[in-house]
Design a protein around this ligand. Sequence first.
Ligand SMILES: [Zn+2]
Length: 323
Amino acid sequence: MSFKQVRGQEQAIRVIQKDLMRKSMAGTYLFTGPSGVGKKFAAINFAKAINCKKKDIDSCDHCSSCQKIDKLNHPDVQVTKAKGDSIKIEQTREIKRGMEYKVYEGKKKVWILEGAEKLTIEAANSLLKFLEEPPSNVVIVLITHSPEKLPLTIVSRCKIVRFSPLSYQQVEEFLKEKNACSSELISLVSRLAKGKIGEAFHLINDEDILREREGVLNKLAKGAVDKEVFEIAKRWSRLEKDKLNRFLDMILFWFRDVLISKLGTKEFIINEDREKELKKIKNRYSFLQIYRCIETVEQTQRYLKANVSPLLALEGMWLKLVY
Ligand SMILES: [Zn+2]
């Protein structure tokens, strides 16, 4: 796997390869952008390119260094991620100690910190000390989808590399090449994935989400969700946050599509498989009602982020959507 396989991130890769070409790496990089768009994949390839025995600005994929990094057992490359909800000071301390040793067999030590927004304050402070005077043979890559949660003192010491969502066509093309699933499913998940390849794979591998989508959209299309709202709210309230958010996205996409159908710009429809039903249902809603439904779902997502009781938030949402 080389940089070519990092999809849709040409601009970010250009920034990285420029530094590799000049052989002047920054001490610390911050890879930011939505989750599931290839930041970690790019970071691993960066570590490979830095240490590759055959190539300079990319990885050859075949030398012992590239292969060890792919298997995450290269002594000079470390990947740290949260244990539980946070990256604790014990974790950063341990890695820092390792980074202070000489390079064993590569050219530089590379430390990739995944989910950097989860650093505890103590861990962030300890990391900051390290960033103030990093050893010249160390490159640190912080990965985050929420750079605003990192202390400014850390961000200001990083070279920022931005990753963006892909177009749905890019996601679709990638899934087709990988033969990820049936062509019908590829067409659907690439539209539902919000430009994130990682998200597309989540949807493919989690049958629950698409099954639930079928059930709920069938009911919404018929305007037949009524007494069941409490039952759906109860079922959803037990889900883990990420999954619940995906379910809410499905509802959001539905009302967004009702709006688009009303506007007559069908090329932007996400639920392409539901075009006929959207056409039928669009006149049951006024523009104002659709905006209110969208706002209701978005507000629910904000409530859940702020740790409001999921059951209460979901019951409130469904009641507003249905009645
Ligand atoms: Zn190599």
